[in-house]
Design a protein around this ligand. Structure first.
Ligand code: SF4
Ligand code: SF4
Length: 431
């Protein structure tokens, strides 16, 4: 029996093998069929959702057979961070990958427990002072959707043992893309070399498996990871670029003599996911975290992305359901996220549902009631015109509107008229 389960790292396939790889995925020869790809993915995801308890049991049984793996289960992010702290044995330096589970859910807890965390992906932008980001918002994304099928992904690295001559004193905390319950093999997708390096260099490796990432077998895990690359290909451009705050040169850390003390941990994280299945949000369990839903979301960059978190409408909803984000008031319910989602999760309806339940529980304050009733605000302006028109440009009035109604002080309010269109139309008919 091997010491550890196989860890497979996928990367964008080389130009010459792209077509061949994509052909293998859909098993349809050179004719690529987007709908078949989505249908197969949805089958895999539905199986994971509907069998998550038995899949987890199977995974635990299989991982138990590997002497080189320590398995832990955390019910929430706090418990997960506390386990990692204990595992780190005094090391407070951590390299994390771009997994939304690690960045959004675990990182705040890790930092609160004293870890210095860096997303090594961003460290890997060479000549970063010269790097010019090309995509500022979703409308600037190039049309790569169809190309995504051809630019497929292939396994570039397989790790089957812990031994390494490159070990350094830090912890790698890596959110995985899929795990096979059948044999415990773990799959990652990488666009830079950060994950490969972490697997080679970190003294303690913690692989974080959120519950929905467990799939039935190796074939399903490989397919899901490839789909993650294909459907997430465009969204990745939204936050492509160097981030100075994430810069840390892990390569320059001194290598440790020998690799004794090197450990591989698999940490299974619930963090509210089982609850989703009971509370009417079970379709979120279908999500593979590809972030295709972020591709054309008009509010994305203004919500989580500017807070250093990984934005997608699904991530926002999950953060709200986990209790660390307010309801998604900014959502304009345009429906683009649902159209883009390869497994057709109805995110807009779930966002509505979340808001509805929240206000049913907490009630709507004055500000919310005012903003929910723009007609009343317009009537007030119309009844009080021209006084309203004089006041709306006064700093004091703008500040009052910001505090009372939540309308930003720099927002331009419309000009109000006593004679409304409706009154005018009624008058016209009478005339
Ligand atoms: S429905 Fe809401 S979350 Fe979805 S894309 Fe539109 S604004 Fe974004
Ligand atoms: S909800 Fe978003 S991240 Fe999840 S599968 Fe659909 S598109 Fe991908």
């Amino acid at each position: 029996m091997a010491e550890i389960p196989s860890i497979l790292v996928l990367e964008p396939a080389a130009e010459q093998s792209q077509r061949r790889t994509a052909g293998i995925m859909v098993k349809k020869g050179p004719q690529l069929d987007l709908e078949s790809l989505k249908a197969h993915l949805r089958e895999i995801r539905q199986h994971s959702r509907d069998n998550h308890i038995s899949l987890l049991e199977e995974l635990k049984r299989n991982l138990d057979q590997y002497a080189g793996v320590k398995l832990a289960i955390a019910t929430d992010a706090k418990q997960a961070a506390s386990y990692i702290k204990q595992t780190a044995e005094g090391t407070d330096l951590a390299s994390i990958n771009k997994s939304s589970v690690v960045i959004n859910e675990l990182r705040p807890e890790l930092q609160a427990s004293g870890f210095k965390t860096y997303i090594r992906y961003f460290t890997e932008f060479k000549n970063f002072e010269k790097f010019e980001k090309k995509v500022e918002d979703y409308w600037a994304l190039p049309g790569m959707h169809e190309r995504g099928l051809v630019e497929s992904f292939d396994v570039r690295k397989t790790v089957t043992r812990l031994r390494s001559s490159e070990v350094r004193d830090f912890v790698a905390i890596l959110g995985v893309n899929a795990v096979s319950a059948e044999d415990g093999s773990v799959f990652f997708l990488q666009h830079m070399t950060n994950i490969s390096k972490d697997l080679e260099q970190a003294k303690k490796i913690i692989l974080v498996v959120s519950l929905e990432k467990v799939v039935k077998d190796r074939g399903a895990a490989l397919f899901q990871t490839r789909c993650m690359g294909i459907f997430g290909l465009e969204s990745i451009l939204l936050d492509l670029g160097p981030k100075e705050v994430e810069q840390y040169d892990f390569d320059s850390l001194p290598t440790l003599s020998g690799d004794q003390g090197r450990e591989l941990h698999i940490l299974i994280l619930d963090n509210g996911r089982k609850g989703l299945l009971k509370d009417g949000y079970k379709d979120l369990f279908l999500c593979l975290d590809c972030r295709a839903c972020a591709r054309q979301c008009p509010i994305g960059l203004h919500l989580l992305a500017n807070k250093g978190m990984v934005y997608s409408p699904k991530n926002y909803l999950l953060g709200f359901l986990q209790g660390w984000l307010p309801p998604a008031e900014a959502c304009v319910h345009c429906g683009r996220c649902q159209v883009e989602c390869p497994v057709e999760i109805d995110i807009p309806t779930l966002l509505w549902k979340g808001q509805f339940e929240y206000y049913a529980r907490h009630g709507r304050g004055l500000r919310k009631r005012l903003l929910d009733n723009p007609e009343l605000l317009a009537k007030l302006g119309s009844w009080t015109a021209p006084l309203a028109n004089w006041a709306k440009d006064r700093v004091i009035f703008k500040l009052i509107m910001q505090v009372v109604a939540g309308i930003h002080r720099q927002a331009r309010l419309p000009t109000f008229h006593r004679q409304t269109l409706r009154k005018w139309a009624k008058g016209g008919r009478r005339g």
